[in-house]
Design a protein around this ligand. Structure first.
Ligand code: 5GP
Ligand code: ZN
Length: 113
């Protein structure tokens, strides 16, 4: 997707504070962090949202979570704890329509509600 912000960061067309990259996924620091550690883990393949996932994407989505685990350890928050979030569509607060997993940690999280 040529007009997608996260596709541009993955390709290197726009600078991103990239902390991890492999064949399937790229992770970079959120520009407006909601916690001391706030990293976005995105598939290199463009997918708009969870609503657009197909069965073939299951290994890829699993890989995003395994990648979150690796990055949480790198960031030193594996033991203290972290939260993984995927927002889907505007009502949930999705603003960038390239599916991404938020990795949040480094502070005490409040209960969801
Ligand atoms: P969403 O609201 O779609 O779940 O998450 C989008 C996230 O992308 C937000 O937390 C927002 O701060 C972040 N974001 C928006 N534009 C940029 C950008 O240009 N660079 C980076 N690194 N993060 C961005
Ligand atoms: Zn994209």
């Amino acid at each position: 997707m040529t007009d997608c912000l996260f596709c541009k960061i993955i390709k290197g067309d726009i600078p991103g504070n990239i902390v991890y990259r492999d064949e399937q996924a790229t992770a970079f620091r959120d520009i407006n962090p909601a916690a001391p550690t706030h990293i976005l883990i995105v598939p290199n393949k463009h997918i708009d949202s969870v609503n657009m996932l197909i069965l073939d994407d299951e290994p890829l989505i699993g890989h995003l979570i395994t990648t979150a685990k690796v990055i949480a350890a790198q960031e030193g928050i594996a033991e203290s704890g972290y939260r993984l979030i995927i927002n889907t569509n505007a009502g949930a607060g999705q603003t960038v329509f390239h599916i991404h997993l938020h990795l949040l940690g480094g502070r005490q999280m409040k209960a969801l509600g």
